[in-house]
Design a protein around this ligand. Sequence first.
Ligand code: MF3
Ligand code: CO
Length: 275
Amino acid sequence: MMFCKTDEQVEQMRAAARLVSSSLTMAAGMLKPGLDTLSVDKAIADFIRDHGAVPSFLNYHGYPFNTCISVNDVVVHGFPNKKPLKEGDIVSIDVGVILNGWHGDHAYTFAIGDPGADVMQLIRVTKESLYKGIEKAVVGNYTGDIGYAIQEHTEKKHGYGVVRELVGHGLGKNLHEDPQIPNYGKRGTGKKLKDGLVLAIEPMINMGKKDVFTESDGWTVRTRDGKPSVHFEHDVCVRKSKADILSDYSIIEKAERANPDLFTESAVSSAQSAL
Ligand code: MF3
Ligand code: CO
């Protein structure tokens, strides 16, 4: 069942998405070598609760933490832990909130120090692919158009692995609503997009092969070849000529650039404004 949102509901969802963006901005300010990801999880949970919302991942199908923090070869659903971050790590932080009954759910990948040019390129291309997918999130297009755009840019153009087992999704009163949004696909196939549909589009792109496995903890998804993986996610509302991006990377990018412990590329940061 696909739920299209009224304009008023979209504004409530924008507030939820922006609270996630603000919490990621706060996290961007604290990331540094030596910090452990459990501290990041705790800080984000406090931030969310201080803003009158609740972390939505905690206890979702038994998920045991507030956030998912996925380092290097962890694709998604990484458990926050006491292991200190080190120079050259890449860290995807995925945050979900429920604010006034509405879900926000998005993610951003940070580089602690310099992970090397090849990994920075993976970060840049994955973020670019997210915007290429978002460009297709307009009324009358199909979910397959979004997946096709993401796959073209990452797999076809750069030879990266597109994870098949995990997909983007509709978002609303529930964390996961129809339709599913694979990061691969054929143009003109899948579900037809309607005005007011809110989608979480989330490419998970591997430096090497597409294959992943889930650890015995039942959650942690890793690349089979041990190579790094990058994850970016935005919440967007399907509209007629241009999708409305509800989450806000500009504040996260500003905090990222202001933090000398984080490695950034200006080309990456300009992806959003280029649209
Ligand atoms: N962004 C992820 C998703 O959309 C986060 C879910 S993690 C879980 O599926 F813990 F909530 F399951
Ligand atoms: Co999601």
